[in-house]
Design a protein around this ligand. Sequence first.
Ligand code: HEC
Length: 137
Amino acid sequence: MRLSFSTVILTALVLFGLTAVALPPGTDDEISDRLKPHGNLSRVVAGATTGVEVAKAPMSGEEVYGQYCSVCHANGVAGAPLFADNDAWAPRAAKGMEVLMASTLNGIGAMPARGTCSSCSDDELADAVTYILDAAR
Ligand code: HEC
């Protein structure tokens, strides 16, 4: 089969036209802006890092209590003083925060050290103790 000259020209024009349409429009500056994957990527990575930092934000006393302490203190497991039980907590509260924190950090009786939250900071545990004491006031 032989292609006529005009068929070849027509095909060439169509291909040229398609190529022109496929190229994104814009000035040289706009095009070079679009060709900057590194800047965008580092922003994405920075965003991901920030996300991790946000996830590491300290837990509130209520959150620590809910995730760790309530396992025993909500139901009196192993003889744990009950949450919001004024009578159970009054004599403990009378010991003062320093003693209660020592008990919490080192463990006391059947209660394991740090109330089982080994990943909690001292501040988070202190907030949890404060949360428990406030509920029993
Ligand atoms: C495995 C069960 C258990 C868990 C989990 C637990 N506790 Fe306790 N907790 C106890 C028991 C039992 C006692 C009473 C111990 C005793 O006086 O012999 C106690 C007592 C305490 C006291 C009083 C200490 C004192 O000196 O009188 C505080 C404060 C306390 N817990 C805080 C916490 C906090 C905060 C958490 C969570 C971070 C927690 N507990 C998690 C079982 C637990």
